[in-house]
Design a protein around this ligand. Structure first.
Ligand code: 5GP
Length: 237
């Protein structure tokens, strides 16, 4: 189903669909990167796991009224999505303090955020994805005020839905990163992926880290924990 390669990112390749020029094929890679590409390793099977996991989460969100670019899983490592122009902004939602915010603001690890915190980052490798405010987002992207408000509200809605979803498989959704894209008709929809690469997931009982932090911090085997996430999801769905 793939025609021309449009883009290769750190974790995925993006092809135009050969059967429908308005659709894209996302091909998940086995590469893992951290610290803006400074740490890099390939994990055979990772692309398959993230594709399968993401392909279970997007339909679940659809059922709960959250539109996204996702159309269907094509095979073990690829999915079909609607073509969007990605907005160069990462939307992070945090339920507990960990990761960059603890260093940036000196917050104690595991400080709860109630209500959850929404942060925006400018998606720019050369600048190491800096934290930005709403005014910067309006300056640096083509989103308008109303759209930004809607994006942030939707990110919080996704947090509510996914927190409950992950809780049902004994996982705590600590924080996650979303990306949004603009469809040819101008609408903005959730895009990219939702997987243990983009979410922090801790075991509800043991607080064991079951996400990309095991690679970032070198504390465990990435494939083992991603397989456990998939198994729990498959039992749930
Ligand atoms: P932090 O800002 O603490 O590094 O990350 C917050 C959350 O967003 C974590 O769940 C992390 O996985 C996700 N995140 C932030 N930036 C990126 C990124 O560039 N790539 C990926 N895969 N996840 C990110």
């Amino acid at each position: 189903m793939k025609a021309e390669l449009l883009y290769e990112g750190k974790a995925k390749k993006v092809y135009r669909s050969s059967t429908d020029s308005e659709k894209l094929v996302l091909s998940y890679k086995n590469d893992a990167t951290a610290f803006n590409g400074k740490k890099k390793e390939s994990f055979p099977g990772k692309g398959r796991l993230n594709n399968l996991i993401s392909s279970l989460i997007f339909p679940y969100l659809h059922e709960r009224g959250i539109k996204s670019h996702f159309m269907k899983r094509l095979n073990e490592t690829e999915q079909l999505v609607m073509e969007t122009t990605i907005i160069p902004m990462e939307v992070v939602v945090r339920n507990l303090a960990t990761g960059s915010i603890t260093k940036r603001l000196g917050l104690r690890e595991k400080t709860p955020f109630s209500p959850p915190l929404v942060e925006l980052f400018y998606k720019n490798d050369d600048l190491d994805d800096p934290l930005i405010n709403d005014d910067h987002a309006l300056l640096l992207t083509d989103v308008i005020h109303k759209e930004l408000r809607e994006i942030k509200a939707q990110a919080l809605e996704i947090n509510t839905v996914l927190t409950e979803f992950f809780q049902s498989i004994n996982l705590k959704l600590v924080d996650f990163k979303l990306e949004f894209g603009r469809l040819p008709n101008g609408d903005i929809v959730l895009s990219d992926e939702i997987s243990p690469d983009t979410c922090r997931l801790w075991d509800l009982k043991t607080n064991e880290k079951m996400d990309k932090d095991v690679f970032r911090q070198g504390t465990g085997d990435l494939i083992t924990v991603y397989e456990q996430i998939l198994q729990r999801l498959e039992r749930r769905v």
